[in-house]
Structure formats: C-alpha cells, structure tokens
Ligand binder design. Structure first.
Ligand code: PRP
Ligand code: URA
Ligand code: MG
Length: 209
C-alpha cells in the first residue's frame, strides 16, 4: 500500500515484544513506548527538509545542512498517544504540540471527542499524529478528519501496533496521509481489541483499569 510503512527494525520489534508481555509494569511500559517513538520518529522524519547554512568550524567556514524552519506539530490522540510525545520531541525539541481527546465507546467502539486544541495556523506545518494503537481505525480517521478541517495538509500518523482492518480503513479514508506502523497484528476480537496486541495501551501507560 502506497504511503504505508511497516517498521522492520529489530530494535523496534524487540521492544514491541516487551510491551506485549503482561508482566511488564507501568514504569517500563511507559519507557518502552517512548523509546519506540524515538526509533519510529527517526524513520518517519527522514524526509524533513534541509537547508544549507554557513557554519564556522575551527578550520574554515563551510555551508552545511540543517533542518529548514521549525514547522513540526506533534498531535497525540489522548490518552495513549501522549506516551509517544516525548519520543518525538527528543528528536525535534522545538515542535509544537496539539491534543485530540477521543475515547472509544465500550459498546459501539465509536470514538467520542472530548478535547481538541491544535497549534494555529497549522496549514504550513508537518503534523505527526501519535497513538500506540490502530484498532478499528475509527479514532484515527476522526483525528485526521479534525486536523484537515482545521487546515492541516501534510500529515503523518504513527502507530506502534495496528490491526489490518484499521490500517485499511485509515488508508482508504485518507490515502494522502503517510502511515507508520511498528507491527501489524493478526485481527480484532469481538470487543475490538487487537490480538495478540498488548491490551489497553492507555491503561498500561497511566496505570489505570
Ligand atoms: O482504532 P480504534 O478502534 O478507534 O481504537 C484505537 C483507540 O483506542 C485507544 O484509545 P481509548 O479509546 O482506549 O482511549 P484511552 O487512550 O484514553 O485509553 C487507542 O489509544 C486509540 O486511540
Ligand atoms: O487493543 C486495543 C484496541 C484499542 N485500544 C487499545 O488500547 N488496545
Ligand atoms: Mg484505552
């Protein structure tokens, strides 16, 4: 699928396996989510634009590339997406941060919006949406719809684990959006949880039930 990138790096795969383990506690889980976000961000940001600037080395003056402008916005889908934000800002410390608050109704599995705030204006920024889980795809489609309604054009989405159904739904709804996924799992169960998955990412990051 065009615009869909599945990460194959062994460090990402290893850390995802640790996340899956139900005996991994909150503290380690949180650290792993952040570390995976760094590794995925490193790959997802490989097309950041560069411009040559003049730098004086101890020996001479040279033209050398630096990131052009400061035009990144990280937009976590609350709550679980918050766990990935520090990973991205480790790479791009000057990024602005937006928030999209969504929770899935436990019966219908439809996303419900409860808080949204984006940097304004957003149309000239590269927007990186973070959420560890892409299940039915309902939340991700709603998040990208919202960003586009507010003028966002250049959008990348990062998920640590995706279900095939959600990946297809998001790609169909927003074929222009680049989607980065750590691993595509087997299927969704009857409660729309990803199998084998890692359980409820938000609960495991924040220590709730
Ligand atoms: O693809 P979908 O079927 O929409 O499911 C994925 C969404 O579900 C989870 O959030 P949840 O609703 O559990 O909220 P939380 O992060 O506050 O726990 C997850 O972090 C995604 O946002
Ligand atoms: O498996 C799943 C599905 C949705 N949200 C999660 O946190 N985990
Ligand atoms: Mg949750």
């Amino acid at each position: 699928m065009e615009n869909v990138y599945i990460m194959e790096h062994p460090l990402i795969q290893h850390k995802i396996s640790l996340l899956r383990d139900k005996s991994t506690g909150t503290n380690e889980f949180r650290k792993l989510i952040e570390e995976i976000a760094v590794l995925m961000g490193f790959e997802a940001l490989r097309d950041l634009p560069l411009e040559d600037v003049e730098v004086e080395t101890p020996l001479e003056t040279c033209m050398t590339p630096m990131i052009a402008g400061k035009k990144l916005a990280v937009v976590p889908v609350l709550r679980a997406g918050l766990g990935m934000v520090n990973g991205i800002t480790t790479l791009v410390p000057s990024a602005k941060i937006g928030h999209i608050g969504l929770y899935r109704d436990p019966e219908t599995h439809e996303p419900h919006e409860y808080y949204c705030k984006l940097p304004d204006p957003i149309d000239q920024r590269l927007i990186v949406v973070t959420d560890p889980m892409l299940a039915t795809g309902g939340s991700a489609v709603a998040a990208v719809d919202f960003i586009k309604e507010h003028g966002g054009k250049n959008i990348k989405c990062m998920f640590i684990i995706a279900a095939p159904e959600g990946l297809e739904r998001l790609h169909k709804a927003h074929p222009d959006v680049q989607i980065y996924v750590g691993h595509v799992d087997r299927e969704l169960n009857e409660n729309a949880y990803i199998c084998p998955g890692l359980g409820d990412a938000g609960d495991r990051i924040f220590g709730t039930k």
